[in-house]
Each structure stands twice: as C-alpha cells, then as structure tokens.
Design a binder for this molecule. Structure first.
Ligand SMILES: C[S@@+](CC[C@H](N)C(=O)[O-])C[C@H]1O[C@@H](n2cnc3c(N)ncnc32)[C@H](O)[C@@H]1O
Length: 472
C-alpha cells in the first residue's frame, strides 16, 4: 500500500511548476525585428509561461505555453523578474488550442483558454503536487481529477457596469490587472441561460435614467429560475420600475441591492425560491439559497466534490461529523442523508439560518452553529464538545490557519480539507502532516475550467494504522 502524503524536509523545487518545456532550451535571442524572442520553459502556477530573458532574469509571459518560441512585449520590469505578453507567436506548442470565447485576450476572466483542456487539467494537478512538495509533502500518486463540461458551466457571475465620459454604458468583465471594463456580448463559460441575458441587460442599462448609480449586476441561475441582482448605489424609483418591467419581459427575478454602505436586498416583485439539487442517499436533496450566500459556482463539479467527500468519509455507520465553513449545508446535508450526525458551523448568521431551514426541508437532523472559525479557541471548543470522528473543512481563500492548529491540538480520525486556494491548503496541510496526520487521498476538481484557478480536496487520517490508499 502506498503512502500518498509523505513527509520530507521542506525545500524549494523549481520556483515554478506545471507543464514543462517540450523542446528547445530557454536561451533568449534577439529576433530580426529587435524584439526579444524566448523559448518558454514551463507554466507558472498562475498560468503564465516562464522563460529566461536576455538579462538573465526570469520572465513571465502571458499567453505563452511550454515549448513555444515567442516574441515578448515587455510590460513591467521588476528587480528579480520581468513580465510581458506574447507579441508574436513564432512556434506554437502542440497543446495550443483555439480559444472558444470571442473576448479571449481582452477579458481578464479566463486566462488559460489558449491551452488544451486536458493540458490545463494536467497543469492544475502539477500545481497542487508542486505546492505540497514545497511544503515538504511528496505525493506518491497523482491526484484524482474531477472533471465536467469545459464550457457553459458557471451558474453565477458578476458583471461590472461603467458609464464613460461620453455617457456610453459598458457592461462586462475587468481587463486583466486593471480596473478597466471590457464590454462583453456573451460569455463562453457561463451557463447559456445566463449568457443570453447579457445583451438584453446592456440594452436595459442604456434605458435607465441613472446607469451611473448601478455598480454591478449579479447573474444567478438556480434549478428552477434565473435572477439578476442590481447593485443600486442610489435609489431611483423610475429605474426600479424599469427593472420590474425588464424582469417580466425576460422571465427573470430581479432584486435590488440598495444603498452604499449597508446595502439592503429588495426583490422587485415576488421573491423567487432559489435552490439547487444534490443527490442524497435515498432521494435528491434541495438546498435553498439567497443572493449573497456562498454557492459553489460549477454545479457538475460540485456534485463530484460532494460525491468524493461522501465516498471518502463513508458515513453510513452514523458517525459524528463536524462540518466547518459549512455554508448553506452543501456537504452537511448529503453526509447527514448518508447517516452521519452532523454539526455544521458557519460564520454568516444568515447562512446558518438557511442551512437550518435546508436541513428541516429535507427532514435531516443537522445542527447549525454560528462561529468565527478564525478563532482557534472557538474551534478547539467545538472539537471538545462535539467529539467528531471526522471533520470537513472548506475555508475561503485565506485557508484554515486557526482550525488546522486546533485540529493538531485535538486530532480527529478523518479530516477532509477542501480548498479553492491550493497555496493555503498546502501551508495548512504541512502543519497537519507535521502534527501527525497522513494524506491518504488527493483530488483536483476542475471547477473553473479555462482559468488557472483550481479547487482541491485532501483526505487526511490521524492515528494508528497505515493509510489505505488504493490508487486514483
Ligand atoms: C468556500 S465557502 C464553503 C461553503 C460550503 N462548504 C459549500 O461548499 O458551499 C466558505 C464558507 O466559509 C464562510 N466563512 C468565511 N469566513 C468565515 C469565518 N471567519 N468563520 C466562519 N465561516 C466563515 C463563508 O461564509 C462561506 O460560507
């Protein structure tokens, strides 16, 4: 039986990771046009190509892939590295793929569309492996990949709204690294039923008295309906009336998030029942949510993630599980349906209420608690009072520094750690492994296809006995 997560002294590996160059060496040369031409050696964690510049410095190149010869346009010089983008593609890599979105290259949303999807996934696996390696954890098996459809997967998106000096209204996403908006007509990674709202929304904005008072629009697709949340910075009754008409004409629920400092949500019409479904042991589970609640953005991958957590914890025997950073019960409810007794802890009081309502609606005995999980004393107290056999930990990007310390102080037999930031996951995993846990399963979920972001999950075990890793 292989040990998946092995401790070794932490050391730097390569400085960058991901796909490695396939041909040529990284020597810089001056091209006939006088631009600097380089061969890309590998992909950085953020999806940029990495080469060595003529100056000897490391060069990060947006839009470049390992093995490619590219002419680079420099846009920033720093002390230890330079940054640029591809001016001319001299020799493309075999993995280069035609970006599926017409806004690629300008829109800052998807930075990996030029890379074949299978290679994107391989890169994401390597990023996680590399980050763990740098923390002193060497995996003996590659992470399991959880994949879904590469396009049309986003069930939520926030579009920026800006009015320029000429009074033209812009609706779209930010240009990478800037606050500028690029107008978009459609989005290839949004669910089609959301993407088709973009043009009607642009037209609607142009009809408003005060489009400058709209900060952004949030588009939400639920199981049975669609909603648009208008971030309305200052009230305008005539515009609210226009939004009501927009909702009726387009078959979407419209809400206003009104006010600057402490905005209040108001539905312009009957509040819709927003929910999504998850498979449960005996029947589907229905999870209600409200705008502002955290909801995993990719429904198919979320289902895979939930299925994986259930499989790893196999809670049919009625074990006690503590779900930390529980949201509206995305993991708590399916685990409770499998037979576990779940205590679910979440920081947002509104989401705790929603979680409890979801548990009641699905006839499941999940107890909800509100707590700040960045408080180590609070997490230790939760572990002491609930005596869980297993913990699920799904923190935001900052990771779970306090919770991982508490989990070392009061170990549990099984711990599933889910993360949208692999760097903070690797940091916390190092503490847990140092504190006596072993990594026995690893998964990378391609939740954000065509971007360099990744979701990942670890199963860690504590206590006697060898880990029972059986392959991916
Ligand atoms: C990545 S989401 C995961 C939610 C849920 N597990 C799911 O899969 O939908 C992280 C959750 O942590 C909550 N959160 C953020 N900071 C927190 C804190 N300091 N204490 C407790 N919960 C917090 C957020 O409200 C959010 O629901």
């Amino acid at each position: 039986m292989a040990m998946l997560g092995k401790r070794r002294p932490a050391r730097q590996r390569s400085g960058v990771s991901g796909l490695h160059r396939q041909r040529g060496e990284g020597h810089p040369v001056a091209s006939p046009s006088g631009e600097e031409a380089v061969t890309i050696e590998r992909l950085a964690h953020d999806g940029r190509g990495v080469a060595r510049a003529a100056s000897g410095k490391t060069l990060f190149v947006e839009g470049a892939l390992p093995g490619e010869r590219v002419e680079v346009a420099f846009h920033r010089t720093r002390k230890r590295f330079d940054e640029g983008h591809v001016r001319t593609l001299l020799e493309p890599a075999a993995e280069r793929s035609a970006p599926p979105c017409r806004h690629y290259g300008q829109c800052g949303g998807c930075d990996l569309q030029h890379l074949d999807v299978a290679a994107q996934r391989e890169h994401k696996r390597e990023v996680l492996v590399d980050l763990l390696f740098r923390e002193g954890i060497e995996l003996s098996e590659p992470p399991r990949l959880l994949t879904g459809e590469p396009l049309g997967y986003r069930r939520r998106a926030r579009l920026g709204v800006k009015v320029d000096a000429e009074g033209n209204v812009h609706l779209g996403f930010r240009v990478r690294h800037t606050s500028r908006l690029i107008d978009i007509q459609a989005c290839a990674v949004m669910l089609p039923e959301l993407s088709t709202l973009i043009e009607p929304l642009r037209e609607q904005l142009s009809l408003l008295d005060a489009p400058r008072h709209v900060g952004h629009l949030e588009l939400i697709a639920a199981e049975a309906n669609r909603a648009v949340v208008v971030r309305q910075l200052r009230e305008n009754p005539a515009d609210l009336q226009r939004w009501r008409r927009f909702g009726k004409a387009n078959g979407v629920a419209v809400a206003c998030l009104l006010g600057r400092d402490e905005p209040v949500l108001e539905w312009l019409g009957e509040a819709p029942a927003l929910h999504y479904r998850l498979p449960g042991r005996d029947a589907d589970l229905q999870l209600g949510f409200a705008p502002g609640d955290f909801v995993q953005v990719n429904e198919a991958i979320n289902r895979e993630l939930v299925r994986t957590v259930r499989e790893w914890l196999s809670p049919a025997s009625g074990i006690d599980i503590l779900d930390l950073y529980a949201g509206i019960g995305n993991f708590s409810l399916p685990l409770a349906a499998d037979g576990a007794r779940v205590m679910a802890v979440e920081g947002s009081p509104a989401m705790v209420r929603r979680l409890e309502a979801n548990a009641r609606a699905n006839a499941l005995a999940v107890s909800g608690r509100q707590a700040d999980l960045t408080d180590q004393v609070a997490v230790t107290a939760l572990l002491a009072t609930s005596h869980p056999a297993a913990v699920v930990l799904d923190p935001p990007r900052d990771g779970a520094d306090a919770a991982s310390r508490a989990l070392v102080e009061r170990p549990v037999s099984k711990l599933v750690y889910i993360a949208c930031d692999p760097a903070t996951l690797a940091r916390d995993a190092a503490r847990l492994v140092h504190g006596g846990y072993r990594i026995v399963r690893v998964a990378v979920a391609d939740m954000f296809v065509h971007t360099s972001h990744l979701e990942c999950a670890l199963l860690l075990e504590h206590g006697a006995g060898q880990p029972s890793f059986q392959g991916v």
